[in-house]
Design a protein around this ligand. Structure first.
Ligand SMILES: *Cc1c(COP(=O)(O)O)cnc(C)c1O
Length: 360
């Protein structure tokens, strides 16, 4: 990979900023298992404050954040309703079932990342000895697999109210909730007003090297902290990494608007290309998922061709690819990316033989 490689595989591929490196080097630390790391404690207090919840706990990853949350809400055999395109359902090894015996009840996901709340309501189990007990509704904002779609405030409120009216809890997988807040121009806390818990990544668009935070009320966070420990997430002088998290939440949220503008620009350019299908209006944040509708080149071949021109992105299935903007990607990089697309798609149509040799 050269220095001017444009890496659009994810918003997780970033390097820590200079301010993060300095904060990490200078962070006062202690043993966090004793609750004595002042930097971790500060990050947790700042996050709880920012998200207007009673408490927060720092965890190693988004997967750990979700898992510790789910296991804190549900016991073995309890049911959790979630989307069939949710990251928790698709991409976390089924950890809540594997490790916690939580029964997942997947619902169809609309193209905008929402679940039909009427369908959710009618899926909640009655009190009957045949049935598991439905304890939790889990939603995702922004919704990754739908292309970073934002679930609006009204939907978030309605989901929470539905859960509470049926004696359930609402968990928000908010790995990219920061992006939703910036795109919708609301405070992140507003999106979580009715949420009983949420897990938010510091290591995606915000650029921190490691970590997520879970928020909720004090009782919930106490349970989640216990779960973090059994999951192997009790760490010692974690202030070294929490320090970068503090920079992330203080300096890196507003600039996500640049990533969103770049993603939108990419989507608009892609929509002009022959054989690519995308509606730029559906690109609300930093994720651009588009369809390749050509017989002469597959997503894997397209991505291999782009790689040779210094542009990295990910084929996600036999017809779709995903590009994600991030803090190292500039507006000029988007122009270069679009040029590279034009070049590869042009040569891709020159004949199947060439296509296979060059891009296979
Ligand atoms: C990335 C992601 C996660 C998991 O985060 P990791 O830090 O990779 O474990 C969870 N949910 C969503 C929606 C994500 O995009």
């Amino acid at each position: 990979m050269t220095n001017n490689t444009i890496d659009l595989r994810s918003d997780t591929v970033t390097q820590p900023t200079e301010a993060m490196r300095k904060a990490m080097a200078a962070a006062p630390v202690g043993d966090d298992v004793y609750g004595e790391d002042p930097t971790v404690n500060r990050l947790e207090a700042m996050t709880a404050d920012l998200l207007e919840k009673e408490a927060a706990v720092f965890v190693s990853s988004g997967t750990m954040g979700n898992l510790a949350s789910l296991l804190s809400h549900c016991g073995r055999g309890d049911e959790m309703i979630l989307g069939d395109q949710a990251h928790i359902f698709l991409s976390e090894q089924g950890g809540s079932a594997g490790l916690g015996g939580v029964h997942p009840r997947p619902m169809p996901t609309a193209p905008d990342g929402t679940l039909d709340l009427q369908m959710v309501a009618s899926s909640i189990r009655a009190d009957d000895e045949h049935y598991p007990r439905t304890r939790l509704l889990a939603i995702e904002n922004t919704h990754n697999r739908s292309g970073g779609r934002c679930l609006p405030v009204e939907y978030m409120d309605a989901a929470g109210k539905l859960a509470h009216s049926r004696d359930m809890k609402l968990h928000v997988d908010g790995a990219r909730l920061w992006n939703a807040a910036v795109a919708l121009n609301v405070a992140p806390a507003r999106l979580l007003k009715e949420a009983d818990s949420a897990s938010l990544c510091l290591s995606k668009g915000l650029g921190a090297p490691v970590g997520s935070v879970i928020v909720g009320d004090s009782d919930f966070v106490k349970r989640a902290r216990r779960m973090r420990k059994i999951l192997g997430g009790g760490t010692r002088q974690a202030g070294i990494i929490a320090a970068a998290g503090i920079v992330a939440i203080t300096e890196m949220i507003e600039r996500l608007a640049d990533d969103h503008a770049n993603a939108h620009k990419l989507a608009q350019g892609l929509a002009q290309l022959d054989g690519i299908n995308i509606d730029p209006e559906t690109v609300e944040t930093d994720i651009v998922i588009f369809e390749l509708c050509r017989d002469d080149i597959t997503p894997a071949q397209l991505s291999a061709g782009l790689r040779e021109l210094g542009v990295l992105l990910s084929p996600i299935d036999s017809t779709h690819l995903r590009a994600v903007t991030n803090l190292h990607v500039t507006s000029t990089d988007i122009e270069r990316t679009l040029d590279a697309f034009a070049q590869v798609l042009h040569s891709g149509s020159d004949g199947a033989g060439d296509g296979v040799r060059v891009y296979g």
